[in-house]
Ligand binder design. Structure first.
Ligand SMILES: [Zn+2]
Length: 91
């Protein structure tokens, strides 16, 4: 269950809640009484937890392949004879 961070747009009150994904993204603020003042923020805590495991488990172990070796120079499109928009790059 993700940890969500809420912040009141009316008074600035902040709180964190453990809620399901289907929970409403706003609710009344207990501090100032605004009916829907508390708006869900992107929770830094939950984001870091998910991101840490994600990066540690997968992407950091695979070194990126240099593109210079992998991809040949793009061929000229068929049907153009040069001097057209396809060849206007200055190369
Ligand atoms: Zn408030």
């Amino acid at each position: 269950m993700p940890l969500y961070e809420y912040r009141c747009e009316s008074c600035g009150e902040q709180e964190e809640k453990l809620e399901g994904f289907s929970a409403p993204t706003e609710h009344a603020c207990e501090a100032c009484g605004a009916p829907a003042g508390m708006k869900r923020q992107i929770s830094r805590t939950a984001f870091n937890l998910a991101g840490g495991g994600w990066y540690a488990g997968g992407y950091s172990t695979a070194a990126p392949t240099p593109k210079a070796d992998a991809s040949p120079a793009p061929a000229a499109p068929k049907g153009c004879a040069g001097g057209c928009a396809c060849h206007g790059g200055g190369n």
